[in-house]
Design a protein around this ligand. Structure first.
Ligand code: FES
Length: 250
């Protein structure tokens, strides 16, 4: 298969970027898009050119590092699939595939297709630690969690923190990400004491670095973990609950 690759090249955060065009003539339908970039890099290195910088680790949808935009869509044309799981078979012979870094003010470009997503880590850091009783480990069944709560918590815990939700959102909002974390933690008994404080800190940090939510829903369509829009409701619920808790005298 022959594909035309338009790839964003940028030397650093303050450098001016531009698109470079390359041709791959031996792509195969079963190749993943990251393997297509590997193929391009092989070709560039053979011609004494700098390879394209892009991130990946697990290449099986777990780590969330491979985020980039493909033809303007976070991760690529297949819904709810990370870039490492997208395949060349989604494109036709001779088609142009345009690779750009995730586009959001909160994700400055580090180099080429790599962006700095540490803003998401700072939301988690703002949540702080949870209280754990010292002493011997309690029996597993002294801390009961219903099956339904465990299942729902796992649904939200599936977020891989790739940042596709932020890139997909016209406002660059991180509500889906923050909501997934808050909902997951609110459903399990550990860290219950810190629930209101955690919600206030994480939401404040999110609002400090990311845009507002206007409930367009693009975030959930792009999410490779299929985090539902309910996560956004979780942000609002936890904020409201934390507000009441804040006013309550201890
Ligand atoms: S490389 Fe880990 S999710 Fe894609």
């Amino acid at each position: 298969m022959r594909l035309i690759l338009e790839v964003w090249r940028q030397d650093g955060p303050d450098a001016e970027g531009s698109f470079e065009t390359h041709e791959i003539t031996d792509a195969t339908p079963e190749m993943s898009l990251l393997e297509l970039l590997d193929r391009l890099n092989h070709q560039l290195v053979e011609n004494d050119q700098d390879p394209v910088a892009f991130e990946s680790d697990c290449r099986e949808g777990i780590c969330g590092t491979c985020g980039l935009d493909v033809n303007g869509v976070p991760h690529g044309p297949e819904d709810n699939v990370p870039a490492c799981g997208q395949h060349v078979r989604s494109f036709t012979d001779g088609q142009t595939v345009r690779f750009t870094p995730f586009r959001a003010r909160s994700f400055p470009v580090v180099r080429d297709l790599i962006v700095d997503r540490t803003g998401l880590d700072r939301i988690i850091q703002a949540g702080g630690t949870i209280s754990v009783d010292a002493g011997t480990a309690p029996d597993a069944d002294t801390l009961l969690v219903t099956h339904d709560d465990a299942e729902r918590a796992l649904d939200f815990a599936a977020c891989i923190g790739c940042g596709a939700c932020v890139s997909a959102c016209p406002n660059g909002a991180a509500y889906l990400y923050t909501g997934a974390k808050l909902a997951h933690l609110a459903l399990i008994p550990h860290g219950k004491e810190e629930r209101a404080k955690r919600a206030r800190s994480m939401i404040a940090q999110m609002q400090h670095e990311f845009g507002p939510c206007s409930q367009i829903g693009e975030c959930a369509l792009a999410c490779p973990a299929e985090i539902p829009l309910l996560a956004i409701a979780a942000v609002n619920r936890e904020r409201l609950r934390a507000g009441f808790k804040w006013r309550k005298p201890n």
